[in-house]
Design a binder for this molecule. Structure first.
Ligand SMILES: Nc1nc2c(c(=O)[nH]1)N[C@H]1C(S)=C(S)[C@@H](COP(=O)(O)O)O[C@H]1N2
Ligand SMILES: [Mo]
Length: 382
């Protein structure tokens, strides 16, 4: 990945020089590569318009060029209010079934070992309904790992669940009782000890914006976004499974395994394998399909044009990184003029294939969460 970045930087430098020297002087393979990056390369618009595309706080697939999502294009999901927190007054408490309860200021958190992580986070509701189509981002987070903090607090015998509460709160109606609750999500103790989980105070090199959880949020790579609790204030270790709204009543997938089968309910948790054809570019008669794949450790991506065979895409930036998206592309030489359909599917390293829309995983799903079915997009070739 770093190598790829270095090469593209070098290409950019060479390109600057090449413009002055004249492209004809370059070796042919390099010239061909530069041609692909040339300014005459144009985006061919999709025929089907994705609702929500182009909204400032959603990913606009057709404009996707940056592997790290710029902060202004990070989607936002908040179920309650957006708390405005004064950094000085804010504290994080770690309590419940721990030997040494802790209270940390923001300065205390920042004084702990710093780590940066680029990871892809997708809302579990992404693509679940019409206007909600770009709820995925790949940002660079900075913070301190969660696991050592839990180790310092010392989870005691009987503690099985780590619950993370945000400062935002709402009214919930539970069996005739109206109660005020903070946003809460939990992880089992083994899941919470995953060394990749961060308590993040920065995104893309800046302090967290208020909408994204200032001053501190959880970042749980490899899980749907709902696990990454914003405006984090309280971590509580408890002896029972946490059954709050966003764990057990909402963000619950309801589906059947087969027609007339039993109904299965499961909490939205680990991310599922996913991909998306983002855009098609054209350079003369040469077309290229570009996209992204994410959700699991992506081993390969295949693309199907119309009813043709699945063709292997070339993996690019992010390839081999378990927690980030992988950019991919497919050369599409001299397509026939007329309308075409482009479908992509990602395959995980463990062999999990992104399901087709008619796969029972998608077709027999009653709720809109975890809509990771293959996407087909339509395009007109002149
Ligand atoms: N405290 C709190 N944390 C939260 C939420 C929330 O409503 N309150 N929404 C969750 C959901 S459903 C998602 S998809 C992600 C979105 O993170 P973002 O808004 O920074 O993109 O935050 C999660 N963390
Ligand atoms: Mo979400």
């Amino acid at each position: 990945m770093d190598i790829a970045r270095k090469i593209s930087r070098r290409d950019a430098l060479v390109r600057g020089g090449a413009a002055a020297a004249g492209l004809a002087l370059l070796p042919s393979d390099l010239a061909a590569r530069l041609e692909r990056l040339a300014p005459q390369e144009a985006v061919v618009p999709w025929l089907d318009v994705l609702a929500g595309g182009g909204r400032s706080n959603m990913l606009d697939w057709q404009a996707l060029t940056s592997w790290v999502t710029p902060t202004e294009h990070l989607f936002r999901v908040s179920h309650y209010n957006q708390p405005e927190i004064a950094a000085q007054a804010w504290r994080l408490s770690v309590g419940g079934l721990v030997g040494r309860p802790l209270t940390l200021s923001l300065a205390d958190v920042r004084a702990r070992p710093r780590r940066e992580t680029v990871c892809t986070i997708e809302c579990g509701g992404n693509r679940g309904f019409g206007t909600f189509q770009g709820a995925v981002h790949n940002a660079r987070w900075a913070g301190t790992p969660l696991a050592p903090l839990l180790q310092e607090a010392g989870i005691v015998e009987g503690g099985i669940e780590v619950v993370f509460f945000g400062a935002d709160e709402g009214e919930e109606e539970i069996r005739g009782n109206t109660v005020r609750q903070n946003f809460g999500r939990s992880l089992s103790v083994p899941d919470a000890m995953d060394p990749s989980i961060l308590l993040a105070y920065e995104v893309n090199g800046e302090p967290l914006p208020a909408a994204h959880g200032f001053p501190l949020r959880l970042v749980v790579p490899g899980w749907y976004g709902v696990a990454s609790v914003k405006w984090l204030e309280r971590i509580e270790v408890q002896a029972t499974r946490f059954q709050g709204r966003f764990m057990a009543r909402d963000y619950v997938t309801l589906r059947q395994e087969r027609e007339d089968g039993v109904w299965v309910e499961s909490s939205v948790g680990r991310a599922r394998v996913n991909s998306m054809p983002a855009r098609v570019t054209r350079d003369g008669s040469r077309y290229r399909v570009h996209g992204a794949a994410w959700g699991t450790d992506v081993a390969r991506v295949e693309v199907r044009i119309d009813d043709g065979p699945w063709q292997p895409a070339t993996l690019g930036e992010g390839q081999g990184d378990r927690i980030t998206w992988t950019f991919w592309s497919l050369d599409w030489d001299r397509p026939a003029s007329g309308e075409h359909t482009i479908t992509s599917r990602a395959v995980s390293r463990t062999g999990e294939i992104q399901p087709a829309p008619e796969d029972p995983l998608i077709a027999l799903k009653a709720t809109y969460w975890e809509s990771n079915g293959q996407v087909s997009r339509r395009i007109q070739i002149a």
